[in-house]
Design a protein around this ligand. Structure first.
Ligand code: KG4
Ligand code: ZN
Length: 339
């Protein structure tokens, strides 16, 4: 079964054709990052307009690269939320139009849940074979930990209570005048720094508390930055980045360890932009006993292959004749709403 996926929740317009939830026939991504860079973050109204400019072409490219047309597609999966509402509406409206015109099922997909499927794309086995598992989504908007018992069965067991992990990388990078997004800049500088030089606070250190917190660590970085003042050197910045990164990632590893003691999991799936961090991958491999699966780099950040993948499993869950996937009267949900 082939699903066409469409993603437009933030600053990437993407379309993909995926078979059986994991075989990627095409995955096209148009990034708007250059348009937003000068603002130091994504501007929602500009994002929506940029999606509108390219969405038709991106969908056409995804179909062409997969050597198929709409007639060969079994369903259209689209990101319903969470995301920027104007940006979401572009993808959703386009997908609704396409589904109605071609009389195809339309499958709304939760973007954060879909990230998890990014970690299984291209594997030789079905994601179902990794269950039960712990799944961590670490992105610019979410730090969510799930216990999964099936491809669509996600129980949220821990989440961020203030800044998301990726968001703290972005804010700390901004503090030092590094570029946006901040994660890759911090990772690069951290390689040249001494993570032990500056002491970092351990947030949410209570081992019974399955929650994530990054605003205290960020504030600590702001204070250190002010204390060093104008005489801050490149080496100081590298040491600060190394210390921050070690603690930011260390918190994720501590919480994963904690969860693995409570929940019986046979594997660990890690996804979202921060999953691209090589130091994070090293720490997880070194400190956790579970088989860990990270996405290929192109599936860490936003893409439509992960949307098509989860869309496939959602579709399989509800294939009765009067399927929910024949209805079009549902709406987007924003970054601050839950499904
Ligand atoms: O999943 P994503 O592409 O977008 C959403 O937020 O949905 O995640 C982007 C986040 C940004 O905050 C970015 O700084 C972070 O992922 N990121 C990284 C790295 N690459 C991207 N954080 C740490 N290390 C990286 N190498
Ligand atoms: Zn995302």
């Amino acid at each position: 079964m082939r699903i066409l996926g469409i993603e437009s929740s933030c600053d990437e317009t993407a379309a993909a054709v995926v078979e059986s939830g994991r075989i990627v026939h095409s995955s096209i991504i148009a990034s708007q990052i250059d348009v937003h860079r000068i603002f130091g973050g994504v501007v929602p109204e500009i994002a929506a307009r940029e999606h509108l400019k390219v969405i038709a072409q991106i969908v056409d490219e995804a179909l062409a690269e997969a050597s198929c047309d709409l007639a060969d597609i079994d369903g259209i999966a689209v990101t319903r939320g969470p995301g920027l509402i104007g940006a979401l509406l572009v993808g959703i409206s386009y997908a609704k139009g396409l589904a109605m015109a071609a009389a195809k099922p339309l499958i709304p997909v939760n973007h954060v849940h879909a990230h998890i499927h990014g970690a299984a794309l291209g594997l030789p086995i079905d994601i179902g074979e990794l269950m039960p598992c712990l799944a961590l989504v670490v992105s610019g908007g979410h730090t969510n930990l799930y216990y999964m018992t099936g491809p669509t069965q996600m129980d949220l067991i821990g989440h961020g209570i203030d800044d998301a992990c990726g968001e703290s990388f972005d804010k700390v990078a901004k503090l030092f005048g590094l570029g946006y997004p901040g994660g890759p800049h911090i990772e690069r500088l951290a390689k040249q720094g001494d993570p032990k030089r500056f002491e970092m606070p351990r947030m949410v250190d209570d081992s019974r508390m399955l929650a994530f917190s990054y605003s205290g660590l960020k504030t600590h970085m702001v204070n250190l930055r002010h204390r060093l003042g104008a005489k801050i050197t490149d080496q100081d910045i590298a040491d600060l980045c190394a210390g921050f990164q070690e603690e930011a990632l260390g918190q994720l590893v501590r919480k994963l360890k904690q969860a693995s003691r409570v929940y019986k999991a046979r594997s660990l799936l890690i996804a979202g932009g921060v999953a691209a961090n090589q130091r994070f991958r090293e720490l997880v491999q070194a400190e956790l006993d579970l088989d860990a699966y990270f996405p290929q780099l192109r599936y860490c950040s936003d893409n439509a292959a992960m949307i098509a993948a989860l869309g496939y499993y959602n579709f399989n869950d509800h294939r009765e004749p009067n399927s929910v996937f024949q209805t079009y009267d549902w709406d987007a949900f924003s970054r601050y709403q839950d499904e």
